[in-house]
Design a binder for this molecule. Structure first.
Ligand SMILES: Nc1ncnc2c1ncn2[C@@H]1O[C@H](COP(=O)(O)OP(=O)(O)OP(=O)(O)O)[C@@H](O)[C@H]1O
Length: 696
């Protein structure tokens, strides 16, 4: 306990002195320790950096709620197990017929009887060899695992974690999850606007972003896109820092970090741990981090330490006490050795590891869930003038479920989705594809004459336009939800917005993008291929093409939201669009007996019928009858049905003959609109059901 207080006093004094004046800190006494001007330069750079850091942290304190809501985290008796499918092949069963090999489920213990606590103002480090269960424990502390297979108690200020209390806990995952086309500043800006208290003005929120970027040395890459495997963006270390910045920015009371220093060089790793430590001390944040091989300076900055091996506890207590603890067990760490390296070396030796696990189990033999050990290290149980018992007993809750209002959420998310999706939907490749298809269609169907022999070409042009854009929209939208899923789950876990806000914003943002290419295609193709020269009919034609595209998009959304797997949903959509195309009325006129109704389940039938009605069911649509020899052999002219051969025929007679006006145009329109809306509503409920399931 004394050690914690001393550590905090040292850090607080250091910050105060540095922020007040650099010049007084560089006193003569200190300078004599360094030889030559390089030493002086190094020291002044260091002090300048420390002063800047303190100043920036101080600036983020304005409006900080974590200092007012310190949170004490405690956990004991934690067990987590998973059931794994165990399959025995029929061949193995035959070969081992005398043994009792059976397929079935096996329970595997991931972590066992884990306990600990983390106090506000302190940094707790969790260390151990790879695969020992550190991330699993962090996930459990952040309530990101669900209930299945979990036993034990985790509390915040002595109260169970609730949906409202989760907002006070930030989780920096090991994998940095971002929208790749947004810049660092945009990413952090949207996070700030969604998650910072609504009382702060937009200007203050963006100021907070600037300060956090300066603090984490991100200012120089502020306008660079994040990027991913396909597009080059910021570096791995910058991604890591952006990830931490996006959580620090939201002013949480508890910060869980999974390997925050991986990918950073040693000086950046040290700088980051110093920042976290200062945040802990100055703003009473509780910091728990999983860390691999910290340098000795980073190791020194921890207040508490938890060591794990094979899912078991090896040590929990003061960081400063671990070397003596190991020494007492016969494992002496030399003074010139980094204790963190030494600990990992011990835990990677199977025999020593088992001895250390047994030694810890022996120590707590009278305290099966570790409750007493936890109480010993808890600041909640003792009187402290800053963090009194009453504060650390206060329920961790807020009046609001979300900081941004519903309308703010929709507008912020729409802006963000638009920025992210426009780079994909309106990519150069997609625009090139549209222009190329437009040119090909114009060449193929240039100035189709209003004549009977060309009716088939005219109808083909109309059918192609409807199906091509439906197909493109459906395939483009199936990946929408599966690719957003990880981001959605991360942001929903931190209660950034409602699912409905996300869903509506997706619709609004992608609407102009999805209809841009069909419009770009339809305008020149309509006039160049000589479709009905009537502006009103052109507008109606364009509206139906857009509606058909949006209907196909809603099926794409539905498939993606239901299956949540890009490959599977593309396969399902392909089958669906092909079936709709075949049943649309262009390829098959006469379905086998009893299957005629199948036409009515194809959305293509409604859009195709509507487009044909727009183009043919008009007094202006008059077609010259075929002259002898113009029609293919065996095909009779529609004009020859009466006694007197006609010279021209109306479009309405043609579609009647083709059976394309079985439903009036307004019924086709209503059904198409209905399918579009129902598809979107079903996609929302599918997404909601799946996002609830993923939480369980
Ligand atoms: N849902 C799960 N299904 C299957 N195995 C799991 C699951 N969750 C955890 N595990 C297993 O539990 C063990 C601990 O995993 P965890 O990620 O917590 O380890 P770690 O200590 O964080 O490792 P590292 O340092 O390498 O990240 C691993 O063997 C992992 O494969």
């Amino acid at each position: 306990m004394e050690q914690i207080e001393n550590d905090q006093i040292v850090t607080a004094t250091e910050i105060d002195s540095t922020s007040s004046s650099i010049s007084t800190a560089i006193n003569e006494k200190t300078l004599t320790k360094f030889e030559g001007s390089d030493g002086i330069n190094d020291l002044s750079i260091q002090l300048e950096r420390t002063a800047k850091r303190a100043e920036l942290i101080q600036s983020t304190e304005k409006g900080s709620t974590s200092a007012k809501n310190p949170v004490y985290v405690e956990w004991h008796g934690i067990n987590y197990s998973i059931s794994e499918e165990h399959k025995v092949s029929w061949w193995n069963k035959i070969r081992n017929s005398d043994s009792k090999l059976e397929s079935g489920k096996q329970v595997r213990k991931i972590i066992e009887n884990i306990h600990g606590c983390a106090n506000p103002g302190e940094v707790l480090a969790i260390m151990g060899p790879s695969g020992c269960g550190k991330t699993t424990l962090l996930n459990l502390l952040g309530d990101r695992v669900g209930k299945k297979g979990v036993q034990g108690t985790i509390t915040l200020n002595g109260h169970k974690i609730t949906k409202k209390s989760k907002r006070f806990v930030a989780y920096c995952t090991q994998d940095d999850i971002f929208y790749p086309h947004l810049t660092v500043k945009e990413t952090l800006g949207y996070t700030a606007r969604l998650r910072l208290p609504r009382e702060l003005s937009r200007h203050d929120k963006l100021k907070q972003v600037e300060n956090t970027m300066a603090l984490l040395n991100l200012t120089k890459c502020a306008d660079t896109i994040i990027g991913d495997q396909a597009i080059r963006g910021i570096s791995g270390g910058e991604r890591k820092r952006t990830n931490i910045a996006s959580e620090l920015l939201t002013d949480p009371s508890v910060i869980l970090l999974d390997e925050p220093t991986s990918g950073l060089d040693s000086s950046l790793a040290l700088e980051l741990t110093k920042i976290l430590k200062e945040f802990a001390v100055k703003q009473k944040k509780t910091i728990i981090m999983v860390i691999h091989q910290p340098s000795s300076q980073v190791f020194e900055s921890f207040d508490k330490l938890m060591l794990m091996a094979d899912g078991n506890m090896v040590y929990f207590g003061e960081r400063a006490g671990v070397v003596d603890y190991l020494d007492d067990l016969g494992y002496k760490c030399h003074s010139n050795f980094n204790p963190a390296d030494y600990i990992l070396e011990l835990l990677n030796d199977n025999t020593i590891k088992q001895k250390l696990i047994n030694a810890y189990a022996h120590n707590i033999r009278d305290d099966p869930t570790g409750k007493q050990v936890v109480e010993k290290h808890s600041r909640r149980t003792r009187t402290d003038n800053q963090l009194s018992d009453t504060i650390l007993n206060a329920p961790v809750t807020s009046e609001r479920r979300w900081e941004a209002t519903f309308l703010q959420q929709v507008s912020i998310l729409t802006e963000r989705t638009f920025k992210q999706s426009r780079k994909i939907i309106l990519s150069r490749v997609n625009i090139f594809q549209t222009v190329a298809v437009t040119v090909v269609c114009i060449i193929v169907w240039l100035k189709i004459p209003f004549a009977e022999p060309n009716v088939f070409d005219r109808v083909g042009n109309i059918f192609f336009c409807s199906v091509f854009w439906s197909f493109t929209a459906m395939i483009g939208s199936v990946a929408s939800f599966p690719t957003d899923l990880v981001m959605l789950s991360k942001e929903r876990q931190s209660r950034s917005y409602r699912l409905l806000s996300y869903y509506l914003s997706k619709q609004f943002a992608e609407l102009p993008l999805v209809i841009f290419n069909p419009i770009l295609y339809t305008i020149p193709v309509y006039w160049a291929t000589n479709l009905l020269p009537d502006f009103g009919r052109f507008v109606a034609y364009l509206i139906v093409i857009i509606l058909s595209t949006l209907t196909a998009q809603s099926f794409g959304y539905l498939a993606g939201a239901t299956v949540l797997n890009v490959h599977k949903s593309i396969s399902i959509s392909m089958v669906f669009i092909l079936a709709s195309m075949l049943l649309g009325g262009y390829y098959i006129k006469y379905l086998p007996f009893g299957l005629y109704w199948l036409r009515y389940i194809s959305f293509v039938k409604y859009s195709y019928s509507l487009l044909v009605q727009i183009q043919f069911d008009s007094p202006k649509a008059q077609f010259r009858c075929a002259r002898p020899g113009e029609l293919p052999a065996g095909q009779s002219s529609i004009c020859e049905t009466g006694d007197v051969p006609l010279t021209s025929i109306s479009g309405s007679s043609i579609i009647e003959n083709e059976g394309l006006n079985d439903l009036p145009w307004y019924i086709n329109l209503i059904i198409l609109l209905g399918i579009c809306i129902v598809g979107r509503v079903l996609a929302y409920y599918s997404l909601r059901r799946n996002s609830r399931r993923s939480k369980e």
